[in-house]
Design a protein around this ligand. Structure first.
Ligand SMILES: *[C@@H]1O[C@H](CO)[C@@H](O)[C@H](O)[C@H]1NC(C)=O
Length: 274
């Protein structure tokens, strides 16, 4: 969508060059009239809507606002509810992924990586995170998430290693090089059990990059969906220093009232498209 927008702008700019002075005046007039209409309608709606505004402070019950939303009978559903054997001892190979995008995208990519490893009976290598080009943040998985908790929580789902092991061959040690593949966007499960699995068995390891939105969201298998929930809501836990910071924010909110302003760092493209 974004690149599409850019393209359209580009076309308009290029196409409108032939109008000459007359054309410019016509365009300026249209622009001025447009601006006037916008300003007037804004003023108008401001006077009309002025009284209606938001709720008076006295009408808001802050205690109620901070209560948990009612679940209407829904309950968390991340534990397996049918036969879910532990991962087989024998692995089909190593799965390396490079997550990209914003923090949320990378988090959901991690959930997909775990599921992909499960589907392929592969050993997952701790996912690589994007060193964000704007924030210059190179924390990596180990710097953000609790690795031991991640591996422990998922031990009945997938085998996970922190790094790809070295192999000894003719007295030399070397790392298995993952065969690099670019998964299709929202790839179906079949892509993992055919194309990707074949390359994994050939090379011992595959390296999927980029790896955001590379596994379909809608999968007709509740156990697979639950596994993604287990990763997101149970296995991925921030490191103690990050938890401490968030706890101190919550403590402050509890002690000093319900509202606090936080300066979130915006990414350049978020500002441009906001
Ligand atoms: C993974 O292992 C399970 C259980 O051993 C087996 O049923 C399944 O066919 C295997 N899948 C692949 C892709 O190897």
């Amino acid at each position: 969508l974004r690149s599409g927008l850019h393209r359209q702008h580009g076309k308009q700019g290029a196409g409108g060059g032939g109008g000459g002075a007359k054309g410019i005046y016509a365009k300026l007039t249209i622009a001025v009239v447009g601006l006037l209409i916008c300003t007037l309608s804004l003023l108008f709606s401001a006077t009309i809507g002025g009284n209606r505004g938001s709720l008076e402070p006295s009408e808001i019950n802050a205690e109620e606002l901070w209560e948990s939303a009612k679940s209407s009978g829904w309950r968390p559903s991340s534990a397996p509810r049918s036969d879910w054997p532990p991962p087989p001892r024998e692995t089909n190979g190593y799965l390396r992924v490079r997550c990209n995008g914003g923090l949320n995208q990378q988090r959901s990519a991690i959930c997909n990586a775990v599921l992909a490893a499960r589907i392929m009976n592969a050993t997952l290598v701790l996912p690589e995170l994007d060193a964000n080009s704007f924030w210059h943040d190179e924390s990596g998985f180990q710097g953000i998430y609790d690795v031991e908790h991640f591996i422990q929580t998922l031990k009945y789902d997938v085998q996970i290693v922190e790094s790809i092991p070295e192999i000894r061959k003719n007295g030399k040690t070397k790392k298995i090089k993952g065969y690099q593949l670019r998964p299709p966007r929202d790839a179906p499960i079949e892509w993992y059990t055919t194309v990707a699995l074949k390359k994994m068995q050939e090379h011992g390891a595959i390296y999927l990059t980029p790896f955001s939105h590379r596994l379909a969201e809608e999968i007709d298998n509740p156990e697979y969906q639950r596994l993604r929930c287990r990763v997101n809501y149970h296995a991925l836990r921030f490191k103690p220093n990050i938890m401490q910071l968030s706890e101190s924010i919550v403590d402050k909110l509890r002690a000093q009232g319900h509202f606090m302003s936080i300066h979130l760092r915006f990414e350049m493209d978020m500002l441009a498209f906001a």
